[in-house]
Design a protein around this ligand. Structure first.
Ligand SMILES: [Zn+2]
Length: 838
């Protein structure tokens, strides 16, 4: 016992000095508060810390100290806790609700508080949105320890004048994937060779969350529990300053804001944000990093144009969002052209920026408060000056898609009202800038190279037909999603049930019924049936459930149909006769049984994990249909006869000739292959289908090229890539792939250079870019005229008795394209309905 105790003491005292590498200047520390090292049993930087240990340490801090409170704001897909540690003086903490009330007055344009200096500043220190950028969560442990345990006058001053909300891991699922990787390959002694396994994670790597989504794009889209939990917290506290810590490639130094200028010509953010505030804070970081001898750069790269980053969303809420990028040691130590980068070195830079952020926030407390107050007031002022008084939208035929869009508006605290059978979003509201973000589109840009998307008008993602309005005519305010979708109970019938296929959830209902053993037919022509609720028009794709043709009895069928309605809120009607009022009858050959899909998707090295994750997420969370994820390394030996549908998302598929033949033979048997983006290009290049890519004018090799300055190369080349923009397509709504759509033009998202030529077959081009296709986002004139305008977005190609569905554009982008992912679901569920006339 004594021996053990002695060893413990020795261990602690010897390594405290090692940990002084990080926080020497903040002594003395309260000895009742364990340091991260004492708690974990290893020094910060010696290993990668698992998320559950981070949670345990933060829990411990909240237990031993009256400076800290722990709050759980959600759980990840894999069930990991999402936590926030509030740290301030014990007095502030006791009065936190009172401080919050005072703070929120500055975000309410209807109030005029002027006690800018009296309320402590709210700082949200947020870390590790990208799981394999691990230095930041380790820095979060050190930052929390410093703020909770240090009795240094400098820190005591920060606590008195600030409330720090520490979110150590925004993406715990991804972090733990990488943590496991880095720890399991750690050598002793450490191996700095960049070719070592420790520095080369395997697919899908740790950047993304459970479904391989980039959470640093999800702040606007709000698809995942990580962001939804955080957004809910955010709109309760409106912090003045928010950090977003990242790592970049190893061959670099350190980056802090100011960023590159905003790419939009008239950004909706006040210039004061990205000019004055960023420069003010930039001076602090420069001074702090200079003092520890670290190198850095600013302004050259990264833009905050897209409002869904962790460093740009806060800017739209009157706060200051701050991006930090540390050159990664990706592992514990790595050799680079600039010398060796160690994990502790990367952690120290992030820790230094963390404490410096608190310092800058506290020292500019009144300014930041005034700024936030001005921000929300100017939002209302701008709205008053706008000719547009609101945006109206409705879609009477697809209540569940409308509901999903309203959910997004409410998530961002945008006011929505019922109006004339639809909805209206007035512009005159404190969240005016978010209203602009959702509905406004852009045509003019100051920049041509984007770090990410150049279009984000969310109304278009949801295929909402919306209109600006100059009149104000509201009904009731929408405060929850409850009751937005109304369906009447189904009556029991011995004849047939019909499901309206226009509803977004019809596919989930179809899956529920098919997976429970019912045979469902789909109608290829519209008809009007006499239902229990009167005569009812059904469009293309209406689902028909003939009762007497099922193996299950009348009661069992009724039970399943009721379940489908209750679970998915889709309109289902009972009919007692097959003799229709108009159009085809229920026994028509145009109404034929659907094959139940058995779907698989190729995943693994070379496959674009984002797109694969989007497919997986869509089927899991919206349709509740399992999809088999086949590692691509097993392609040769996998038995594909178990499936009738295969998905290949963008990626580089280095198949041998024999493997290509295997794929071709499988499709030819009558199966459906769905390709997206570069997989579409690949399947055409390999001549597996006889479709073509759009040929742009080939340059005459003898013509003289214009000589350009070398330094401009990245910019010139960068602008020809399509970073992400929204275009209009003409849709053939009589085609099975477009069943359920009622408008023959819809917006699609394009972020690649796959230019698909329309098919030679007159019936096989399902979606073609419209004559005047631009809706939102940046594209060069050359790309628009030579590539986009002549091309198709969606084509089907016959192969033997099977078919290949070729998507040039990703219909499932970031889990939020409700407007186009229906096309993808149709390819899965209605694929074998496509009979292409020769
Ligand atoms: Zn990152």
């Amino acid at each position: 016992m004594l021996k053990k105790l002695l060893l413990g003491v020795l261990f602690i005292s010897s390594s405290i000095s090692a940990q002084d590498y990080f926080y020497k200047k903040f002594h003395p520390f309260d000895s009742n508060v364990p340091s991260p090292e004492e708690f974990l049993g290893y020094g910060i930087g010696e290993r990668h810390t698992r998320h559950d240990l981070i949670v345990s340490y933060f829990t411990k801090l909240s237990e031993v100290s009256d400076r800290a409170n722990l709050y759980e704001y959600g759980k990840t897909h894999e069930g990991r806790k999402l936590i926030m540690l509030t740290v301030t003086t014990p007095e502030n903490l006791k009065n936190i609700d009172g401080l919050k009330t005072q703070h929120l007055k500055f975000t309410d344009p209807a109030q005029n508080p002027s006690n800018y200096d009296e309320v402590p500043i709210f700082v949200n220190l947020a870390y590790n949105v990208h799981g394999n950028e691990p230095s930041s969560s380790e820095a979060a442990l050190l930052t929390a320890y410093t703020l909770v345990a240090s009795n240094n006058p400098e820190i005591l001053n920060y606590l008195k004048n600030g409330v720090m909300f520490i979110d150590p891991t925004i993406n715990p699922d991804g972090r733990d994937r990488h943590t496991q990787w880095a720890n399991m390959y750690q050598g002793n002694p450490l191996v700095a060779d960049p070719q070592d396994a420790e520095h080369n994670e395997y697919w899908p790597m740790g950047r993304t969350n459970h479904y391989w989504f980039d959470l640093n794009r999800d702040w606007l889209l709000g698809i995942h529990p990580e962001s939804r939990g955080k957004l809910k917290w955010y709109h309760e506290w409106y912090p003045n300053v928010v950090t977003d810590f990242h790592e970049m490639g190893s061959q670099s130094s350190y980056f802090f804001e100011p960023m590159k200028d905003n790419g939009s010509l008239n950004p909706i953010m006040p210039k004061e944000n990205y000019v004055d505030l960023n420069n003010l804070f930039g001076d602090y970081y420069a001074e702090a990093l200079d003092s520890i001898g670290s190198f850095y750069f600013t302004k050259e790269v990264f833009d905050g144009t897209y409002p869904g980053y962790g460093s740009s969303y806060p800017d739209l809420q009157g706060g200051l969002g701050l991006l930090f990028e540390q050159a990664s040691s990706r592992g514990h130590k790595q050799t680079t052209a600039f010398g060796e980068i160690t994990f502790p070195f990367t952690i120290r830079n992030q820790y230094t920026s963390s404490i410096t952020t608190v310092k800058a926030a506290v020292e500019n407390k009144a300014y930041l408060r005034k700024y936030q107050q001005k921000f929300f007031k100017s939002g209302l002022d701008n709205a008053s000056k706008s000719r547009i008084k609101g945006y109206t939208f409705k879609d009477g035929k697809d209540a569940n898609r409308v509901k999903a869009f309203v959910d997004k508006l409410l998530l961002h605290k945008i006011d929505v009202y019922k109006s004339g059978g639809g909805f209206v979003v007035p512009t005159k509201q404190p969240q005016y800038r978010m209203v602009q973000t959702m509905f406004e589109t852009y045509e003019k840009y100051r920049d041509s190279v984007y770090y990410d998307a150049s279009a984000w008008s969310l109304a278009n993602f949801y295929n909402m037909k919306y209109k600006p309005t100059t009149s104000l005519d509201f009904g009731e305010k929408v405060t929850s999603l409850e009751g937005l979708v109304k369906t009447t109970p189904v009556q029991k019938t011995a004849y047939a049930y019909i499901i309206d296929y226009n509803d977004y959830n019809a596919v989930a209902a179809l899956n529920h019924l098919q997976s429970n053993g019912l045979v469902i037919s789909s109608s290829s022509k519209p008809f009007t049936a006499k239902t229990g609720e009167g005569n009812k028009n059904f469009g293309y794709g209406a689902l028909v459930i003939p009762v007497s043709l099922q193996e299950k009895n009348e009661n069992q069928v009724f039970e399943l149909v009721q379940q489908a309605r209750e679970k998915y809120h889709v309109p289902i009607y009972a009919v007692n006769s097959g003799y229709n009022v108009e159009g085809i009858d229920l026994g028509s050959r145009w109404i034929s049984p659907l094959r139940t899909p058995k779907a698989a998707m190729l995943i693994g090295d070379g496959v674009r994990s984002y797109e694969a994750g989007e497919v997986w997420h869509l089927l899991d969370t919206r349709v509740h249909m399992p999809i088999t994820k086949i590692p691509i390394r097993n392609f040769g030996r996998a038995d594909f006869d178990k499936y009738n549908t295969l998905v290949m998302v963008s990626g580089s598929y280095n198949f041998t000739k024999k493997q290509q033949e295997k794929l071709k033979a499988w499709v030819s048997k009558g199966n459906t292959l769905i390709t997206i983006g570069s997989a579409t290009k690949w399947i055409i290049d390999k001549k597996i289908v006889s479709e073509k890519l759009t040929k742009s004018e080939e340059k005459d090799s003898t013509s003289i090229v214009e000589r350009k300055p070398y330094v401009n190369a990245p910019e010139n080349i960068g602008k020809e890539s399509v970073g992400g923009a929204i275009f209009k397509v003409d849709l053939d709504i009589t085609h099975p792939l477009a069943f359920g759509y009622t408008d023959d033009t819809i917006p699609v998202y394009k972020n690649n250079s796959v230019w698909l030529a329309p098919s030679k077959n007159e019936y096989a081009t399902v979606a073609k870019y419209a004559k005047d296709p631009h809706i939102d986002g940046f594209i060069t004139k050359k790309n628009m005229e030579e590539n986009l305008k002549p091309s198709a977005s969606l084509v089907v190609s016959k192969l033997g008795s099977g078919r290949v569905v070729l998507f040039a554009d990703n219909p499932n982008f970031r889990g939020s394209w409700y407007g186009t992912n229906r096309l993808f679901l149709n390819a899965i569920f209605l694929g074998d309905k496509i009979r292409i006339p020769e």
